[in-house]
Design a protein around this ligand. Structure first.
Ligand code: MN
Length: 290
């Protein structure tokens, strides 16, 4: 049994009972209310994590049940390098505060936070840690909640996932400039990395479609009406041969959440778009027509 001290997370964690967040809560009027909210692939502890956007989300949205669908804290990355800005603590603070205020919080660990998995069945500060969960919607459908990395084994072309949510891809594109400068000096013709990139994107699209089918089939075999997962950083909501497939996306690039309205209707929220719409000027300063 792993002990809490083996967790590669800071000892001084955001305690909502005794501390205040770095970024104060911005409660403007009444918060938007949902029955259920699912978020995953936050990757706290990495530069890729869009904590500011998630803090804004938590400050504007409320729910009865909050599911954290894995890869919340990136233990893999934290083991290599300590990176924990105050905003990341603020995300933890908001989750714990929510639990304290009476929201049911269920944390289903993923592969990047697999160090939390041995705590299956435990409750920490009002956060239930579960290897998987079954959610019943307001309209009576049973949904299996899993992170989704368990389906990697049956996927053959999953190596490209290493690129997801990482600066590696950008770095690779920058390499293109250097590579071609060297090739030019050696009298070699131009070689396009973007061609390789396009091929990768095509593979990625095929991979996502295949992954969604595999997950939906597995859910149907379990006798549930649908499945909610994360892992591949690709928000989606569709019916696959009668089984509901829901992916809540990520907070690295997409900044998306899956929500259940009080009547059981499901929706994907694109938070970056919501923030942009909120901040948009109400009056466009267009030049007068001549
Ligand atoms: Mn994952």
């Amino acid at each position: 049994m792993a002990s809490i001290s083996t967790l590669p997370i800071p000892a001084r964690f955001a305690d909502p009972f005794t501390t205040d967040p770095h970024i104060p809560e911005r409660v403007i009027g009444e918060r938007r209310s949902y029955r259920t909210v699912w978020v995953s692939d936050i990757h706290l502890g990495t530069r890729g994590c869009n904590a500011a956007m998630l803090i804004d989300f938590f400050d504007h949205v409320d729910c009865e049940t909050l599911y954290l669908v894995g890869d919340i804290i990136d233990g893999w990355r934290l083991k290599k390098r300590h990176f924990w800005p105050p905003e990341h603590n603020d995300v933890v603070w908001r989750v714990l505060k929510r639990a304290k205020r009476g929201t049911r919080v269920v944390y289903v660990p993923g592969n990047h936070d697999e160090m939390v998995r041995p705590f299956d069945g435990f409750d920490f500060g009002g956060v239930e840690i579960r290897r998987e969960a079954i959610h019943e919607t307001a309209d009576g459908r049973k949904l299996l909640i899993v992170h989704g990395d368990e389906f990697d084994a049956v996927m053959l072309a999953h190596r490209w996932l290493a690129f997801v949510g990482d600066a590696a891809y950008t770095a690779l594109m920058k390499c293109n400039i250097v590579v071609n400068w060297v090739r030019h000096k050696l009298g070699l013709p131009y070689w396009s990395l973007s061609m390789v990139a396009k091929h990768k994107v095509k593979n990625a699209v095929q991979f996502i479609g295949r992954y969604e089918e595999v997950v939906a089939h597995a859910a149907r075999a379990r006798g549930v009406d649908g499945v909610v997962c994360g892992h591949i950083h690709s928000a989606e909501m569709r019916e696959i041969e009668g089984t509901g497939y829901y992916n809540d996306g990520d907070w690295v690039e997409g900044c998306t959440a899956l929500v259940e309205h009080h009547d059981g209707t499901m929706e994907i929220l694109h938070w970056a778009k919501e923030v942009a719409a909120r901040n948009a000027p109400t009056q466009l300063m267009l030049p007068a027509a001549a």
